[in-house]
Unconditional design. Structure first.
Length: 205
């Protein structure tokens, strides 16, 4: 079983700290929910989403990509998303109740994906596919839209569809790869690469 705790010790990098910020900020965001400080909650949730946009970019730009960083990023993303959902539940309770069936249905795919990843790798997957990035952007926009503007149903349905598609692709990639990997473009590219290798092998015979 692999775990980021067991990775070689080295100093935390700037991208690592940006990912850790989202984890550290979670209790503060919960306090803002308890205080019913909707606007401040929205502002600090925006900051968390901005760190999500920056950490991966800086890691690649500064050549600091690592297994530990990828896992920090995934954990920070999951926590931020969960806090955002809690915020929506508390500030827009009627909307959550109205759409509870669809939300539970979509969330069940995410739980299934986590369960399969832990069974196979002993930790969450961190593929960071193109679809995962698009889905994360859509989720962030939807949540921030609620807190700063209001509920937009078409955006909600788009977020649900992308979230389900992204988790299904993650499950397919977990089944495909026997070992933990990060920064995979997507299942289409993995399958295309395999086909290209098979074509080259057949031509050499």
């Amino acid at each position: 079983m692999m775990s980021w705790i067991r990775t070689p010790k080295r100093k935390l990098t700037l991208p690592d700290w940006l990912s850790l910020y989202r984890i550290i900020a979670a209790p503060f965001l919960l306090i803002l929910i308890l205080l019913e400080a909707r606007l401040y909650f929205g502002i600090f949730l925006l900051i968390s989403f901005l760190t999500d946009a920056l950490d991966g970019f800086l890691a690649r730009r500064m050549n600091l990509v690592s297994q530990r960083g990828a896992q920090f990023d995934s954990i920070g993303d999951a926590i931020t998303f969960a806090i955002g959902l809690i915020g929506i539940f508390c500030f827009e309770n009627a909307f959550i109740i109205e759409q509870s069936g669809l939300i539970i249905f979509a969330f069940s795919f995410y739980i299934l994906q986590l369960f399969i990843a832990y069974l196979k790798y002993g930790m969450p997957s961190s593929f960071h596919t193109y679809l995962a990035k698009i889905s994360a952007i859509c989720q962030a926009v939807f949540m921030l839209w609620i807190f700063f503007i209001g509920i937009e149903y078409w955006l909600f349905y788009l977020t649900i569809v992308l979230s389900i598609l992204e988790t299904v692709e993650e499950i397919m990639l977990i089944v495909w790869f026997s070992e933990w990997k990060s920064d995979v473009k997507g299942f289409f590219w993995v399958f295309k690469k395999k086909k290209a290798k098979e074509t080259v092998s057949n031509n050499e015979i």
